[in-house]
Each structure stands twice: as C-alpha cells, then as structure tokens.
Design a binder for this molecule. Structure first.
Ligand code: GDG
Length: 500
C-alpha cells in the first residue's frame, strides 16, 4: 500500500548537539493512520514540512518514507495559499472568506503532479494507493493517467461543502475530475458524500445512482463508475485505553489537578489553534459564566491547549492575537492569587501528557463551528475508563453524529452554550457515568482499525463495471446534462480549461 498525504507523519527536529532526527508529528491524520500503518507493509509519500532541500527516502518505525520537496514559493502558494487560504475556508462553511488566486491554483496543480509522479515511482504493479485529504484532490486522476494498473482510494478528512458553496471555486470542475480518477472516495459523513455527488451532477452533468457516479472516461473507453460514501474516522481505542490505564498516567493526572490547586471542576479544551474549532465562542461563554457568577476560580478552572497551527496564514495570526487578548482580559478580571481563571498553553505536548490531561479533566469542551470529525472528542471518552467526566460537543462536528450521549451544544448560541456547560457541570454522577459508558461503547465498536479496514475493503471491492440505466431514461438525462454542461462551461474560467 502506498499512502500519500500532504505531510509525512514525522517532523524534523534538531537536537541540542545539532544532530537532526525525526519525531512523530501531532495532528488528526497522523494520529489516525499510525495504527493502520503499523499493521501493514506500507510506504508514505509526503512533504517533510520544510521548504527544500529534497531529502532521500528513509525508514522510520518500519515505514518507508518518501519525501516530496516543495520550494519556498510552493509552500506559500500551494500549501498556505490554495490549500489553507482557498480550500480550507471554503470547505468549512466560509467561516472566514476564501481567497481565489490563479497563481495559487497553478502551484496546487504542479505540486499535485509532483506527488502523483512520486507515487507511481514507489508503487509496485497493481498496488493500492490511498490518497489523503483536500491538498491532493487532483492526484487520483493524475495517478490513473500515469498508471492505470493501480487501485486508487481517496479519503477526505474535512467536510465536503454543499454545491452552492463549492460552485464559487473557479476550478471546481477540475477538482471534481481530479477526484473521479479514484476507484473509491471516502468521506466523514453521508452529507459530505452527497454534497460531492451533487457537485458531479450539477457541475458536470453526470449520472448518479445511490452512492455511485457514472461518467464517460477518455474517448473510446468504456464509462467508469466511482463510489463515494461515508466512512467516519476514529481513534485507536484499544491502544489509547491501555495507555490511559497505566498507573503512571493516572498519577500524572492527579499531579496535574494538584498543580492547578485541586479545583472542583476542571474544564479542558484541546485544539489546533484554528478558527473552525470555536475557541473564541468557548471563551466568550466561559467569560460570561464568570461574569454571571455561575462559576469562579479556584473552584472552577479552565485549561486551553492550543496547538500552534499555520502561523503564517493571515486569519490564523489574527485568531491567535484575539484568543490571547481574550485570555489576558479574562485572567486580569477573574483570576485570584494562586489560581488563574484560564490556563492557556500554546505548544505541543507528548501523547502521554495529553492522555493524563484528558483523565484529569471533568468537562471536555469540544465546540467547533465546523469539523469533519474531531478526534479529540473520541480520544477523551476513550481515556475515561473510570466513567467520570463529561463531554460537551458541538452539533457541527462529525463526531456528534455518533456520540449521541454527549452534552450537545450549538456554539453560535452563546446562551445555549453556557446552559449546556452548566448542565454538564451539575449533572448527577450516575447520569454522567451512564452517558460515558454509552459513548465509550460507540467508540470501542467503531475504532480506527475498523475505519481503515472498511475503507480498504470498499476500495478493493469498488465497482469496476459501470452501472447502466435503461436506454429511454438515459437518453432523456443526457439531453438535460448536455444543456447543463454547456451552461456551466460558458461560465468557467479560461484557466480551468487547461487540462492538468
Ligand atoms: C483533521 C480534521 C478530523 C492536539 N494537540 C496535541 C495533539 N493533538 C492531537 C489530538 C488529535 C489531533 O491532534 C487533532 O485532531 P482533530 O480531529 O481534533 O482535528 P484536525 O487536526 O483539524 O484534523 C478533523 C481529523 O483530521 C482526522 O480525520 O477529525 O475533523 O479537521 O489527535 O489529540 N497531539 C499531541 N500533542 C498536542 O499538543 N501529541
């Protein structure tokens, strides 16, 4: 199996002696894929995280890593620009405005082609290729064009937007065509897969039946059929549960509580510092609860871990400034000597320390405005083998569709969010235990190993033969599709018409 993702699963770190080494990087995708890679012979193609120089392939923890190099300009245009300034906001309900720049798009295309070339060099005949995420949406079609013998799957870790939003993208048709190079497309939610299928129908006039799309491929070739369906990602329940049960972790959790003055209620937030995660809304609700006198330190305290993220992208810099200003204001107003109202930590922690924090926290606040899944919610319940603690969860996360026994909130509704937090704080112990038990059962039965095997099985059995409709309805549909296509082509930009 060849895995391709924007980033390699490791970061280059330079020790005090100046010697470089590799360290597993934090983040959703790596956390999810680590147990999958461990169980299989696999290679990983990705960017090493720094602009050039190109690195030679190397081994880490039994996995062959094939670095793809990016120039400084490509980091700006392909990664910070098109991936995180265009696609990320567009795919997350345009929480911040998406920017469209033709030079970003050109860079995205040429970097996707570099990834495709690297994949086909690594893949043995008939290999399975698993492409990840929104940064590499052109790769499936590029790989297929270069190596038709490969079986290609793609998984989207983030939401796929409704066609009304997606249609804003000047290069919308090229992205859909890029994805349709795959045999199987996996999404977090059924709604995401449906949004993609609707985009195929509306923007390219393709024929949809159930979860498959059928379309004419190259001239003279038979039509192809691609399946798009939901396979929600999860966590390594067994591994994480075992780690949380080790005595050292339990002792560390107690130490953490003691270092915070043993509050009656410890609230926790763990996020990449991203505007999709609803950190500002969370802080606003918390500040108002302090203002109202519903809570106060040292009885209650709040730890917010904010993993540094995309720090050179404008909206992320602004978010950091705003969050830090708010934390400063809250602490100035409400902290007491020896007990801060908010503990804000803007750095990365080792995995074991994260687990200890989950075990220490009474209330886990997961309040994104939009999130493909949110692994933190699933990690929290996985760690709570003691059945203590309560999860406050936004209904705009993928996780909410599975974790029905969480305390549900709409983060846009600050009054409602405050009430939900207080319901979690005041819930009787047996109610919390009952909820936590059900939440843990759900994650235990739908763990990351199951996610990977369902994805790979779906890819292995993806339809090779096209679905065929009856001639009369097909003829009718084609006429409508031709008209739609003609209309859409007329409005597409010249740059999109350049084939990749
Ligand atoms: C994308 C999608 C989807 C956080 N701080 C530290 C640390 N983390 C780990 C968490 C968790 C991961 O990072 C974050 O995953 P999320 O799922 O919450 O969010 P994204 O990074 O936005 O991930 C998301 C995911 O992909 C998977 O498909 O769920 O919707 O946006 O695992 O624990 N890990 C360590 N130190 C930290 O300081 N070690």
């Amino acid at each position: 199996m060849v895995v391709a993702a924007n980033r390699l699963p490791v970061d280059r770190v330079v020790g005090p002696d100046g010697a470089p080494s590799w360290q597993r990087s934090p983040g959703g995708l790596v956390t999810a894929m680590e147990p999958v890679m461990r169980d299989r012979a696999a290679a990983w193609v990705g960017w090493a995280g720094e602009p050039e120089p190109a690195l030679e392939p190397f081994h880490d923890d039994g996995v062959c890593l094939y670095p793809v190099s990016l120039s400084l300009a490509e980091v700006k245009d392909y990664y910070e620009g098109f991936s995180n300034g265009t696609l990320w906001p567009l795919y997350h309900d345009v929480i911040v405005q998406a920017s469209f720049h033709r030079n970003w798009w050109n860079s995205y295309r040429s970097v996707n082609l570099r990834f495709a070339r690297a994949i086909v060099q690594v893949a043995s005949p008939g290999a399975t290729v698993w492409v990840h995420d929104y940064q590499l949406q052109l790769v499936p079609a590029m790989v297929r064009a270069l190596r038709p013998d490969l079986r290609i799957g793609w998984f989207n870790h983030i939401p796929f937007p409704p066609v009304e939003l997606f249609a804003q993208l000047p290069w919308r048709r090229s992205l859909v065509e890029g994805l349709l190079g795959a045999d199987f497309l996996g999404f977090q939610q059924t709604a995401d897969a449906e949004n993609f299928l609707r985009a195929c129908r509306r923007l390219l006039g393709m024929s949809i039946k159930g979860d498959t799309v059928t379309f004419a491929s190259a001239a003279g070739q038979p039509p192809r059929t691609v399946r798009a369906s939901a396979i929600p990602i999860s966590v390594d329940f067994k591994g994480l549960d075992a780690l949380a049960r080790t005595p050292g972790i339990g002792a560390r959790a107690e130490q953490i509580r003691a270092s915070l003055g043993n509050p009656e209620v410890l609230m926790l937030g763990v996020d990449r510092l991203d505007y999709t995660k609803g950190i500002r809304h969370r802080l606003k609700a918390y500040e108002e609860l302090l203002q109202d006198g519903a809570i106060s330190p040292p009885t209650v305290t709040f730890v917010q871990l904010a993993l540094p993220s995309r720090e050179r992208v404008g909206p992320y810099r602004l978010l950091r400034e705003e969050v830090e200003r708010t934390v400063g204001r809250i602490n100035g107003e409400y902290s007491v000597l020896g007990s801060d109202a908010v503990h804000y930590l803007h750095h990365s922690y080792p995995r074991a320390e994260m687990v200890a924090m989950f075990l220490a926290a009474d209330i886990m606040l997961v309040t994104p405005l939009r999130d493909g899944m949110n692994l933190v919610a699933k990690e929290y319940v996985t760690c709570r083998h003691d059945l203590r603690g309560a999860l406050v969860l936004s209904e705009f996360t993928g996780a909410w569709h599975e974790l029905h026994q969480a305390f549900t909130c709409n983060p846009h509704d600050i009054e409602g969010l405050k009430q939900t937090i207080m319901s979690a704080v005041t819930a009787p112990e047996d109610d919390r235990r009952r909820r936590m038990k059900a939440l843990r059962r759900q994650v235990a039965h739908h763990d990351v190993q199951r996610w990977a095997s369902v994805f790979l099985d779906s890819l292995a059995s993806a339809p090779l033969k096209p679905y065929r409709t009856t001639v009369s309805s097909e003829r009718e549909r084609r006429a409508v599709q031709r008209a739609q296509r003609a209309n859409l082509r007329a409005s597409d930009t010249a740059s999109e018409r350049v084939s990749p």
